[in-house]
Write a protein that binds this ligand. Sequence first.
Ligand SMILES: CCCCCCCCCC(=O)SCCNC(=O)CCNC(=O)[C@H](O)C(C)(C)COP(=O)(O)OP(=O)(O)OC[C@H]1O[C@@H](n2cnc3c(N)ncnc32)[C@H](O)[C@@H]1OP(=O)(O)O
Length: 182
Amino acid sequence: MTLTPPDTPPAPAAVDDGWRPLDAHPVGRTIAAFATRSFVANDPHGDRLRIRYEARAAAVPHATAAQPAELRAEVWFGPKAEGPPGHAHGGSVAAVLDEAMGLAVWLAHRAAVAAHIEVDFRNPVPLGLTGRVETTAGPADERKSSVSARLVGPDGTVYGEATGIFVLLGERHAGRFRGGGA
Ligand SMILES: CCCCCCCCCC(=O)SCCNC(=O)CCNC(=O)[C@H](O)C(C)(C)COP(=O)(O)OP(=O)(O)OC[C@H]1O[C@@H](n2cnc3c(N)ncnc32)[C@H](O)[C@@H]1OP(=O)(O)O
């Protein structure tokens, strides 16, 4: 049992910073449904990657430079994400950053696919790490949006940073990127 000294100030009230599970937002619900099938997020109880997305509702839809849309995630790199011994495969780190950037653009604007991404691997990701992915989707023009993301550990270590150009899907893409599978 812990005794609280009488001169200890009361704990500050929890601040509601606006972050909610992704499926709590109307647009986010559609995106979350996609994520249940995606390469990164389709095995939430597996041994490779487990990821949970959150969105800040106040920032969506329609990101602006002054108020960029934000999507973040908590991600766990399991033993089956291995690349170098004991550490996550770079492809798994890139995939996590890629998907988070794509979902951030979709949340802020509309469905989009990656045209170009760049990833900097700043530190090796130890297997078993639970990190946070932070994204910032900027404004879009008629056809594309730029976006960035980073993977940060609980002690503030930056493991990866990425930037991307995501092309917004429109009429000219009709028939491409439809659901399918086998
Ligand atoms: C369904 C929603 C899903 C959302 C979740 C996503 C999660 C994961 C994210 C991904 O990994 S998506 C899968 C990987 N990406 C792909 O498979 C896309 C493959 N590439 C294509 O299908 C086409 O190249 C693409 C649709 C990206 C572009 O073709 P378009 O014919 O629509 O592009 P267009 O040439 O008209 O260019 C549109 C704009 O984007 C720019 N652009 C296109 N490709 C670029 C590139 N590679 N680098 C830089 N900019 C590029 C281009 O310059 C132009 O800019 P401006 O409007 O300013 O002129």
